[in-house]
Design a protein around this ligand. Sequence first.
Ligand code: CO
Length: 171
Amino acid sequence: MSVLPIVTLGDPRLRLKGQEVDSFAKYLHELLDDLTETMRDAPGVGLAAPQLGVALRACVVEVGGNLHELVNPRIVRSSGDDRDLEGCLSLPGFVAYVTRREKVWLAAQNRHGRKIKLAGSGLLGRAMQHELDHLEGKLYIDYLDSMDELIPVGAGEGGEAGSEELATPLA
Ligand code: CO
C-alpha cells in the first residue's frame, strides 16, 4: 500500500473515461489499497482511480467508518434532490454547492469480481455520485454555471472560510 500523488485539475488524465475492469487480481487489489491509503492520508471520503492517473472503473468511498470498494459501479436507481457543499481532492482549495440525487442505489463488483449492491443517501450518496463522475472523467465544477460559484477555503489568502473546509467532505 502506498500514498500516491493525487492528479489535479489541468492534468488530462483526470478527464479520461475509465475502462471496465475485467481482471480481479493483484493489480486491482493494489490499486484499491493505494486508493484507500491515499484517500485516508488526504483525508477524504472517496477517491477514484483516475485521480491516481489510472483510467479504470474503480473507486473507494469511506463514510462513517465503512469502507466501500466499488469496481465497475453503475447507478441503477435514484430518488430526490439534495443541494450541499462539495469539494474534490483534485481541486484543492475550493468547494461549491452542487445539486445531486438525494439517494442512489448502485450495482458494482467487489475486488474479487462478485456482484454487490450499495444504497446511500446524504454524505454517502453524494460521495458515491462524485466518485462515479470521476470514472466518466467528470468533475463537480462541470455542474456549475460559472467558476464564480467556487468558494475558496483553507489557509490561502484570508482563509476566512476555514471552518467551512472542515465541514465539507472532499472526494
Ligand atoms: Co473528486
